[in-house]
Design a protein. Structure first.
Length: 243
């Protein structure tokens, strides 16, 4: 890398670090917490349920579903005021899609870069691309999402190595706001703190499915239709109406 490139990179990293420190100080200074862009479940006394507290639908298309437990490692690692939602939806052919949501509270560190999760599970990210998914409710709009195509090697029942592919789709949502990139979300959060004195309550929404090599596009098409059906059932924030 040239000296000029090194200087530009150093300045960029300095600005990102300064922004993170600035946000941390602002968000810890007693700022009002904004409303989530998602529907939440409450217990009998009106308190938000933290574990599997996001109101993910039990029924989507022809799938059966069940809540997926949040691991103890996640509970230990993420802030105590984090709210989760997670369900695995299984199709009649045995394939599945896992829908997961992590919703921050006053501690903004609940939301992390998505690229940390997959390598930790042994997946290599082969391709990143922003795509839009058509959503019909509450009005027709296009939802911008990040699509990651991933790969890993696993062992089958006979102990033989087999190649697997994964399709991972995610975005960020807050009250009236959508973001595809981590830095865009941080910038909007900074604006909310400076302009309104409100710490926007962001959530990280993901969908994940595993498939065989060569089936990536078919799997994505299946996921796109599934997301179009499920998102209006739990996400309050919608994009601009389609022209």
């Amino acid at each position: 890398m040239s000296r000029q490139g090194q200087i530009i990179l150093a300045v960029f990293l300095l600005l990102v670090g300064a922004s993170a420190l600035f946000l941390a100080r602002l968000s810890s200074a007693g700022q009002a917490l904004g409303q989530p862009g998602l529907r939440l479940l409450h217990n009998k006394v009106g308190e938000v349920v933290l574990t599997n507290g996001v109101a993910l639908p039990a029924q989507v298309v022809d799938c059966t579903s069940k809540p997926t437990p949040v691991t103890q490692a996640e509970l230990d690692w993420l802030p105590e005021d984090t709210t989760y939602g997670r369900r695995r939806y299984t199709f009649p052919d045995g394939t599945w899609i896992e829908n997961s949501v992590v919703l921050m509270g006053q501690d903004r560190t609940s939301i992390h870069k998505p690229e940390y999760c997959l390598p930790g599970q042994g997946f290599t990210i082969d391709l990143r691309e922003v795509v839009t998914l058509p959503i019909a409710q509450p009005h027709p709009y296009d939802l911008p999402v990040m699509k990651l195509t991933t790969s890993k090697t696993a062992l089958d029942r006979n102990g033989r190595e087999v190649p697997l592919r994964g399709v991972y789709i995610y975005w960020f949502v807050a009250d009236g706001k959508l973001a595809t990139h981590h830095l865009d979300r941080m910038w909007m959060m900074t604006q909310g703190l400076l302009r309104d004195g409100v710490l926007q309550r962001w959530a990280y929404v993901t969908y994940f499915a595993i498939c065989s090599p060569g089936d990536e596009e078919a799997t994505f098409d299946k996921m796109a239709k599934f997301i179009a059906e499920s998102v209006p059932q739990f996400q309050i924030t919608a994009g601009k109406p389609r022209d």
